[in-house]
Design a protein around this ligand. Structure first.
Ligand code: EPU
Length: 293
């Protein structure tokens, strides 16, 4: 009996992960499962654990590079009504882990709730955004989190306040736990001012970074303390460098673009080369910001 018998409606085999990532690169998932809600997720994960299979959660695939060989395990995709619930309660918003973050940002601005407008233009699910404490020049999501509801390794639900989640630059202590949902603490604002700010942040991002139509996973490396990875890569002369059909953006050196025909290996080769060059020039070891599966 297969580990997923009885769950055939939500479980598929050999699913190309390129269809689920911004990079549109990489091989298949051995199994791809879309539980309808947290109860089903818990049951599925118990089976996965008992079968000794590796597993990962995939959000919008905005920060993930899947290797060409794919992922030999179970990919859990949190999609559907229960994972996309948003509930407003005064200046708080309760949102499920699979909520599309750009949609949430726009909605809060329209409802005259301030806080997230500085995070305009960051793709991903709320869960993914919280897990990596995504953000930029105008702040990080961790600053707006009140509590996070998690499914832990024992498959038990726990709700933790932000202070217990170790939010730091592109880091949280969520780790292998799954973000089921979160409560964000926002503040009442003025619709025109919030909209203007949202547009300003969005425009700045698009003026400085490659177009969203070009395949990438956003910034490849974290900024080392006190440094900008983009500047280090630029100063190492890497802009425009290619390996196969992957290229270091000529607009912002911390973006590796995937042109038509690129493989995940092309991107990985370019990442290795960039690391070596920057290390050779500065002695700084760049750390990946993206997840490589
Ligand atoms: N720079 C260069 N050359 C380049 C790119 C940047 O000299 O090719 C210089 C810039 O002139 C600037 C400095 O490096 O002085 C920092 O660059 P930028 O202002 O573009 O910000 P960043 O640190 O590279 C961060 C986030 C971005 C986020 C922006 C804007 C990281 C790794 N990146 O970029 O996030 O969009 O701020 O808020 O923290 C992402 O996480 O995927 C991402 C793109």
């Amino acid at each position: 009996m297969s580990w997923c018998s009885g769950f055939e409606d939500i479980c598929r085999a050999d699913v190309p992960l390129r269809d689920y990532t911004w990079y549109r690169l990489g091989g298949p998932a051995r199994w791809f499962v879309t539980p309808h809600d947290a109860d089903e997720l818990r049951t599925v994960l118990r089976r996965v654990r008992d079968a000794g299979l590796a597993w990962r959660v995939l959000g919008r695939g905005a920060n993930v590079l899947v290797r060409d060989a794919g992922f030999d395990g179970v990919v859990v995709h949190l999609t559907g009504p229960a994972w996309e619930e948003i509930r407003y309660d005064g200046e708080c918003v309760h949102a499920a882990g699979g909520v599309d973050f750009p949609k949430l940002v726009k909605q809060t601005v329209q409802r005259e709730l301030g806080g997230l407008e500085g995070l305009a233009g960051i793709p991903g699910t709320l869960g993914g955004i919280i897990r990596m404490n995504a953000g930029g020049r105008y702040g990080n999501i961790g600053e707006h989190v009140a509590t996070v509801r998690l499914l832990n390794a024992e498959l038990v639900e726990e709700t933790l306040p932000a202070a217990a989640l170790g939010f730091a630059y592109r880091h949280s202590d969520v780790g292998a736990r799954i973000v089921l949902g979160a409560t964000l603490q926002l503040h009442t604002g003025d619709a025109d001012a919030l909209t203007a700010r949202f547009q300003e942040v969005w425009k700045a991002k698009h003026a400085e970074q490659p177009a969203v139509s070009v395949r990438s996973a956003g910034c490849i490396f974290k900024n080392p303390p006190g440094q900008a990875a983009g500047r280090l890569l630029d100063e190492a002369g890497l802009k425009g460098t290619r390996r196969g059909q992957a290229e270091i953006s000529t607009r912002h050196a911390n973006f590796v673009l995937a042109h038509a025909g690129a493989t995940a290996q092309d991107v990985l080769d370019l990442i290795s080369l960039a690391r070596e060059r920057v290390f050779g020039a500065t002695g700084i070891e760049l750390e990946l910001e993206i997840d490589v599966w």
